[in-house]
Design a protein around this ligand. Structure first.
Ligand SMILES: Nc1nc2c(c(=O)[nH]1)N[C@H]1C(S)=C(S)[C@@H](COP(=O)(O)OP(=O)(O)OC[C@H]3O[C@@H](n4cnc5c(=O)[nH]c(N)nc54)[C@H](O)[C@@H]3O)O[C@H]1N2
Ligand SMILES: Nc1nc2c(c(=O)[nH]1)N[C@H]1C(S)=C(S)[C@@H](COP(=O)(O)OP(=O)(O)OC[C@H]3O[C@@H](n4cnc5c(=O)[nH]c(N)nc54)[C@H](O)[C@@H]3O)O[C@H]1N2
Ligand code: SF4
Ligand SMILES: [Mo]
Length: 724
């Protein structure tokens, strides 16, 4: 037992402090327990970072831990269904399965997909390279390419490392422009910031402004100073027009400390030359006068920051849009300044221990899409399995991922997975994806492992450090993710170099916290030792964000490389989009709800109870045009498939835009999550299109997907009247 109370006795209420690992916000939780069971989960008021804040999902830590559907033992798929097998047998069989594929078809015929929860897992983060090295395959994929890939490419280009990503200094800004992010539902992303509701209210309370640009009037928009609807995937035009206006009005500051670090800065004026606010108003849906006012207020505010998230990352111009957002921060003097976009200074700086990243060293076999840092885009995955020829994927490993629900054209991937010769999933559940596996290897629950946030301290809006021991000891017949990785690595890579063998042995003997200690030793805060972390169970406050340039730049010349030519080349695609734009098309976007977490917390009754959240949101005017009434079933059809889903008519959506949340679709045969199955919904990724991508980065484009709507049964006149 590793709790913060000494000599615990079973049955007695004790208190344990830890960091919630379910989303990026890193909230401190206070867990009352009796040594065996969780009694309550509350916010930890003494956590210097989250100060008592938690969201409704925190209780899911308990639900997940106790979930009877969660696997505790490896299972093997047999003709008579799933059968439990022992760990040694499971690991041996998986290793044999992988080796057999690679011997028969070559190393790269084995694919691997890493899902999102990997980055929330200390042991996983610190040891995943052991697994990846031992798999010896170049066919790697991850959720990055349906998420934050643009951020990595920009940071690699500009600052010399894919993980050197600046974040909004929300605690100090006087003007926050949020384009395509909904932190009130998501609790923030690439911006680790618990209690965004309070932080945004604070901006307004100090006479600042919060401005939201989003095709949906979101929970965040509701508490903002103002909200502007925008046609999905046209943000690139808004951002170009903003840049144009910044130069036209003489707001560009080219003599700042940071501008002096960017030799190409003089070339940026020409970038947006053709894109006046007037020229983009019709397509974006935002008037020229409004764009000009936003620019004026942004530039004249004491401090300001432009922040874009999923809404602009995961669409056809994801990389160029994020680049323009960064460029706007740079030319207005907001990068590396208080209240602007600033670099965190975490106690374990992963930038020190990983490569800078690279783009397009190789291209995917079938779709010829560029890899990033050794990973091909997820949109390429199904074709790599389905299209015959040398290098076709015949075996597959998924680690903490559910790509059938989370990546475009899920039905095609579903089909592709069913044709593999061998598949293994590291997952808690028999999911839409892992049901195709021959063997599922389940790790322990988040409450059974220790944690230091390797990833999200790097995106935190205030510098902190916190270590949480495991709350409950795991039993002997269960395994950590990292133990599974090592178990496979030992079997697959017996001849590994001595250094690798040594690291494996040490990790096995001391656990991944030995790697954490090393990370702390090489980090920038020498006072943050492992012992200091143990002595401060609520966490250590390392102070507000501060100027980090030029030291934070990893390029040898300590300069910001704007790569203007690379980004400017994408303007040809923008021009084409403008020429072909069809404003009558209905387009689909996604959404998140505060009680959701991608595809995998729908088996918690507390989180899914109440009215169904898997609905098609659409504006009354769009509904009326298609004869759709509130609650009526609608067939939504895209290039790839169609789904039937109930309409939720609401003026939250911009006319012409419809929204379906992702992560649902649990009705597929063979899934074993009873509560989720009872709230199955449909998968929006059965509509999203693997051929609709951001060509510059290879990132998926799940926002702005053209769809057709068809009301399934004629609605009554009464219902139609309420919809119009
Ligand atoms: N249309 C649309 N699609 C999207 C998005 C969108 O906005 N719209 N968002 C995208 C984004 S941002 C992301 S990050 C991806 C997520 O995509 P994925 O990572 O593929 O999917 P998740 O739903 O997070 O599934 C995680 C799986 O890991 C398991 N799991 C949870 N914790 C652990 C653990 O500690 N160890 C192991 N081994 N398994 C664990 C869960 O049971 C679950 O099956 O989805 C993307 N897909
Ligand atoms: N409750 C909850 N929290 C989560 C998650 C979850 O599933 N549930 N997932 C976690 C993960 S993995 C991530 S990556 C983060 C994501 O964090 P966020 O990016 O903050 O989350 P989203 O809700 O996807 O916000 C995207 C917003 O963009 C808008 N949008 C869609 N298309 C466009 C467009 O073309 N232009 C513009 N301007 N806006 C557009 C959507 O309406 C939406 O409001 O959330 C994390 N936190
Ligand atoms: S906001 Fe995120 S980290 Fe905080 S309690 Fe909710 S799920 Fe956990
Ligand atoms: Mo994500």
């Amino acid at each position: 037992m590793a709790t913060t109370t000494a000599a615990p006795t079973l049955g007695e209420a004790q208190t344990h402090f830890r960091t919630c690992t379910l989303c990026e916000a890193m909230c401190g939780v206070e867990i009352k327990h009796d040594g065996e069971k969780v009694l309550s989960i509350k916010g930890d008021k003494n956590d210097p970072f989250s100060q008592g804040y938690i969201c409704p999902k925190a209780t899911a830590l308990q639900d997940l831990h106790e979930d009877p559907d969660r696997l505790r033992q490896p299972v093997e798929r047999t003709a008579d269904g799933w059968k439990s097998i022992s760990w040694p047998e499971a690991l041996d069989k998986v290793a044999a399965g992988i080796q057999s594929i690679q011997q028969k078809y070559g190393q790269n015929a084995l694919g691997v997909y890493l899902g999102n929860p990997n980055v929330h897992n200390m042991g996983g983060m610190l040891t995943i390279k052991q697994l990846l090295t031992s798999l010896k395959t170049r066919s790697r994929f991850s959720a990055t390419s349906i998420d934050q890939l643009p951020h990595h490419i920009i940071s690699m280009h500009l600052f010399g490392h894919m993980l050197r990503i600046p974040v909004p200094d929300v605690n100090n800004t006087q003007y926050m422009l949020i384009i395509g992010g909904n932190p009130l539902a998501s609790n923030g992303s690439i911006m680790t910031a618990p209690n965004m509701r309070q932080k945004l209210k604070d901006i307004k309370a100090r006479d600042g402004k919060v401005v939201v640009v989003d095709p949906r009037r979101t929970e965040t928009a509701d508490i903002a100073s103002e909200h502007h609807f925008i046609r999905p995937a046209t943000d690139v035009l808004l951002l170009l027009a903003m840049l144009n206006e910044i130069y036209t009005q003489g707001y560009a500051k080219l003599d700042t400390r940071v501008a002096a670090l960017a030799p190409e800065i003089d070339r940026l004026a020409l970038f947006a030359e053709q894109y006046t606010p007037e020229s983009v108003a019709d397509i974006t849906g935002i008037t020229a006068a409004e764009i000009k006012r936003i620019v004026k207020e942004f530039c004249e505010a004491e401090s300001s920051v432009c922040y874009g998230r999923m809404g602009i990352s995961v669409q056809e111009f994801g990389l160029l849009s994020q680049y323009l957002s960064m460029v706007i921060n740079i030319v207005t003097g907001r990068l590396d300044e208080v209240g602007g976009l600033m670099f965190p200074n975490p106690a374990v700086d992963v930038v020190n221990s990983s490569g800078p990243g690279y783009l397009g060293k190789r291209h995917s076999r079938v779709s010829n899409l560029p890899d990033f840092n050794g990973e091909y885009p997820v949109v390429a995955m199904a074709d790599e399995m389905l299209v015959e020829g040398e290098g076709q994927l015949k075996g597959f490993v998924t680690v903490a991922g559910n790509p059938v629900l989370s990546t475009p054209n899920g039905e095609k991937l579903d089909e592709a997975l069913s044709q593999l010769e061998f598949m293994v999933s590291l997952d808690y559940f028999v999911t839409e994806t892992s049901r195709h596996a021959n063997i599922i290897l389940p790790p322990v629950s988040p409450l059974e492992r220790d944690h230091y946030d390797i990833t999200f301290n790097g995106f935190a809006v205030h510098n902190v450090a916190k270590y949480s021991p495991a709350l409950f000891d795991k039993t002997d017949d269960t395994k950590h993710d990292w133990e599974i990785y090592l178990g496979l690595a030992e079997r697959l890579d017996k001849d590994a170099p001595e250094a690798t063998q040594k690291e494996r042995a040490a990790t096995k003997a001391f656990g991944p916290k030995f790697l954490l200690e090393q990370g702390l030793k090489y980090g920038p805060h020498k006072e943050v030792t492992f012992e200091a972390l143990v002595e401060n169970p609520h966490g250590i406050d390392l102070g507000p964000l501060h100027r980090m340039l030029p030291e934070a730049i990893k390029h040898a010349d300590k300069q910001i490389h704007l790569h203007v030519d690379f980004y400017q080349s994408d303007l040809a695609r923008v021009k084409e989009m403008v020429q072909q734009y069809n404003s009558n098309e209905i387009v689909l976007i996604g959404r998140r709800h505060v009680r959701s977490n991608n595809s995998w917390l729908h088996n918690s009754h507390r989180l899914v109870k109440g009215k169904s959240r898997c609905t098609l949101m659409l504006h009354p005017q769009t509904a009326a045009q298609h004869g759709i009434a509130d609650g009526q079933d609608v067939r939504v059809t895209s290039r790839v498939s169609s789904v039937v889903i109930a309409a939720e008519v609401t003026d939250e959506l911009m006319p012409g835009v419809v929204s379906i949340p992702h992560g649902f679709g649990h009705g597929r045969k063979g899934v074993k999550q009873k509560i989720a199955q009872a709230h199955a919904g449909v998968s929006v990724n059965d509509l999203t299109d693997e051929t609709l991508i951001d060509q510059l980065s290879g990132n998926a484009a799940v926002n702005g997907v053209p769809v057709q709507l068809e009301a399934l049964e004629s609605a009554t006149d009464d219902a139609l009247a309420t919809a119009s």
